[in-house]
Design a binder for this molecule. Structure first.
Ligand code: BES
Ligand code: ZN
Ligand code: ZN
Length: 509
């Protein structure tokens, strides 16, 4: 199964395109004001598609000043004069001087969401001129696909608002092959990100570790990837005492999921290990969380879902590099069998852990997951986890946290961010944080104290990674968004999945 959204490219003059909605993008070319209080220049709107018929149809509106081309601003015009389209949607992409494909990714998403809100399911996007065709088509396809998602799965009056077809209108002289390749890539990314979001959206009763394993199996069968799903027995066999300690209190069995992508003709070269935290519900265990917003802890498997989405995209985009993904999935529950604060666990690596807080469980499952990925041959590691409340305190919902023990692996991640446009902020991993994890009874304790919680959590993981180049992504503050954005619904964001795919691609030969 490849991409599912129906897409078309057209090169006919804009005026002749028959469509329910033609979205055209625009920027503001007025120079930015120097200071907040300085003279405000009035916006000068410039359409990113040069076309005489379009210019004539948009003239009155643009002259009115009602549309300022602010980022993700939209304005809908019915029956635009001289054009075959039934509606014309002007979409802002912000300041021209700051225009990037990332702004266009969001603008394309905003166009699709504006259409869906009106029940319009057939949309044409005018591909802006003068930009790299492949990168632009890719970003816009990605943005359009991500916009084509709503979290209201369980509403009985849910309406299917998904796009039936997406058309890109090409400017004269476009490189059609490049646009087609870019669009295909973008939609593959966006649809895979929506798989991530669909999984994150599922409540704990409908997505247990076992069911997450089944979802991974299903995706892998569809995309031709190898997949193994293990449970309790394998955890014991591998001596994953740390992972086991989290799952032991739950009536639901754990799932240890291993997905593998081997490109054709793969020989020497790096093996990338993608490790995900898959806590399908985090009650905190005996260190029980307060009832207030405990329900949100159904998204504590967003790291795992990012890896399942990433593996899907990797299967579709076929980079020439081997990838193994390890997902540690469990429920964190209190019970008579649950681990107790103060318990000492022996991890797969043999290191002993004093568990002072059973709510710091993500690092416990990942300790064994990272070690196992190494045992399976990973030469470079990346993990994603909704790991700490502390990263939300530090960075809010704007940036996700990132950490690395290796400058080269980090450089690859920065390159990836340049492609994905996602916002991650690197946080420190100084040795001093290790001191905060010193245990009087074991090799390490699982909490570091009141301050610096994102870094002490990362430092805990580092202990199990050793010298292997590694990037750790803490997505606790960004995997769930409370308020919808013009380009994305509220709920699961699918954060990290695109950057992980780009990180993988940056290693491909
Ligand atoms: N799953 C949580 C982290 C989290 C918090 C994710 C809020 C999303 C939103 C994690 O397992 C946890 O409970 N961490 C504790 C660690 C603490 C006990 C050291 C935390 O951050 O409070
Ligand atoms: Zn927890
Ligand atoms: Zn958790």
């Amino acid at each position: 199964m490849g991409v599912t959204m129906k897409t078309t490219l057209v090169s006919t003059p804009l005026a002749q395109i028959e469509t329910e909605l033609l979205a055209v993008f625009a920027t503001d070319t007025a120079p930015a004001a120097d200071t907040a209080n300085g003279p405000q220049t009035s916006p000068q709107v410039q359409l990113l598609t040069r076309d005489a018929a379009l210019a004539a149809a948009a003239k009155t509106i643009l002259a009115s000043g009602d549309f300022k081309a602010e980022a993700n601003e939209t304005l809908l015009v019915h029956a635009p004069q001289g054009m075959a389209a039934r509606r014309l949607l002007l979409v802002g992409a912000g300041k021209q001087a700051r225009l990037t494909v990332h702004a266009l990714r969001k603008a394309a998403g905003s166009a699709v969401r504006a259409a869906r809100a009106k029940g319009i399911r057939e949309v044409t996007l005018a591909l802006p001129e003068d930009l790299d065709a492949l990168a632009t088509a890719r970003a816009m396809g990605h943005g359009a696909a991500v916009a084509d998602f709503d979290p209201d799965f369980y509403r009985s009056d849910r309406k299917d608002k998904s796009l039936q077809s997406l058309t890109l209108a090409l400017p004269k002289g476009s490189d059609e092959k490049a646009v087609e390749a870019g669009l295909h890539e973008g939609i593959a990314l966006g649809e895979s990100q929506n798989l991530t979001r669909t999984l994150v959206n599922e409540p704990g009763n409908r997505l247990t570790p076992t069911l997450l394993g089944e979802q991974a199996k299903k995706m892998c069968a569809e995309q031709g990837l190898r997949c193994q799903v293990y449970s309790s027995e394998k955890l014991h066999e591998l001596k994953m005492g740390s992972f086991w300690s989290v799952t032991q209190g739950s009536d639901e069995p754990p799932a240890l999921i291993v997905m593998e992508y081997t490109p054709e003709g793969a020989a020497e070269g790096p093996v990338l290990g993608l490790v995900g935290k898959g806590i399908t519900f985090d009650s905190g265990g005996l260190s029980l969380k307060p009832a207030d917003s405990m329900e949100k802890m159904k998204y504590d498997m967003a790291g795992a879902a990012a890896m399942i989405g990433a593996m899907r995209a990797i299967a579709l985009l076929k980079p020439r590099v081997k990838v193994i993904s390890v997902i540690c999935s469990a429920e964190n529950m209190p019970s008579g069998k649950a681990q107790k604060p103060g318990d000492v666990q022996i991890s797969m690596t043999g290191k002993s852990i004093e568990v002072l807080n059973t709510d710091a469980e993500g690092r416990l499952v990942l300790a064994d997951g990272l070690a196992y990925a190494k045992q399976l041959g990973a030469t470079h590691l990346i993990d994603a986890a909704t790991l700490t409340g502390a990263v939300m305190v530090a960075l809010g919902g704007v940036n996700a946290g990132a950490f690395s023990n290796d400058e080269n692996a980090w450089l690859h991640f920065e390159t990836a961010l340049g492609q994905s446009g996602e916002k991650f902020w690197r946080l420190p991993l100084d040795e001093e944080y290790r001191e905060m994890l010193r245990s009087p009874i074991a090799d390490i304790k699982n909490v570091g104290g009141r301050y610096g919680g994102a870094s002490t959590a990362a430092m805990f993981l580092k202990e199990f990674v050793g010298d292997t180049p590694w990037v750790h992504l803490d997505i606790a503050g960004t995997a769930w968004i409370d308020d919808a954005k013009p380009w994305m619904s509220s709920g699961p964001s699918g954060i990290a999945m695109p950057s992980i795919v780009e990180w993988v691609r940056s290693f491909a030969r």
